[in-house]
Ligand binder design. Structure first.
Ligand code: 5GP
Length: 197
């Protein structure tokens, strides 16, 4: 069976990478889609693992060669999903997880109507802002932009199939895994297994 395309978005500061790391540890058969970006590498990040770090010309070339499933600008940098590894994983029956922002998620939905879209939220918008301010790895001006962007992203949650609440890492990871598990049990996917030739 072809794999499922799982998209997770959420405002900066919601704890998305921690939750997704837990999901990846607990759920087999899930491949993380490594995005390309023009944003500078952060301490602790590894090129080719967290992101493929590119300059603007290299990124533009990917766009021109139609190598990205989607791309978007986010707070002054470009981010995009390379299409080839994703197609390969889906063909091999692997589920693939995309950690992307809202504009990209909506582009994916157009191209893959069956994609599962989840929006990760903190228990409140105030908590998102507080977490963002506490992160301390962002300059004040950038922080302001990220907070504004976070507010806008939260207003877009109604485009998503599911809202996951990050009460704790465990509960959020469990919700994500429960959704994936339920989606894989859908009649339209399961019924063909029982059809006689
Ligand atoms: P960060 O710079 O904090 O790693 O990521 C900033 C935002 O970019 C996050 O919301 C993340 O989900 C999003 N993002 C990461 N990769 C992609 C991508 O390939 N496409 C899009 N549209 N957004 C991405």
């Amino acid at each position: 069976m072809r794999g499922k395309l799982i998209v997770i978005s959420g405002p900066s500061g919601v704890g998305k990478s921690t939750v997704l790391k837990r999901v990846m540890e607990q759920y087999d058969n899930l491949q993380f889609s490594v995005s390309a970006t023009t944003r500078p590498i952060r301490p602790g990040e590894v090129d080719g693992v967290n992101y493929i770090f590119l300059n603007h010309d290299q990124f533009r070339q990917l766009i021109e060669e139609d190598q990205l499933l989607e791309y978007a600008e986010y707070v002054g940098n470009f981010y995009g999903t390379p299409v080839a590894p994703l197609e390969k994983a889906l063909e091999e029956g692997k589920d693939i997880l995309l950690d992307i922002e809202v504009q990209g998620a909506l582009q994916v939905r157009k191209k893959f109507p069956d994609a599962i879209l989840m929006f990760l939220m903190a228990p409140s918008l105030q908590i998102v802002e507080q977490r963002l301010r506490n992160r301390g790895d962002t300059a004040p001006e950038l922080m302001k932009q990220r907070i504004e962007r976070a507010r806008w992203e939260c207003s877009q949650a109604d485009h998503y199939d599911y809202i996951i609440i990050n009460e704790t890492v465990e509960t959020a990871a469990n919700e994500v895994i429960s959704v994936i598990t339920a989606e894989k049990c859908k009649t339209k996917d399961r019924l063909p297994m029982f059809k006689e030739d």
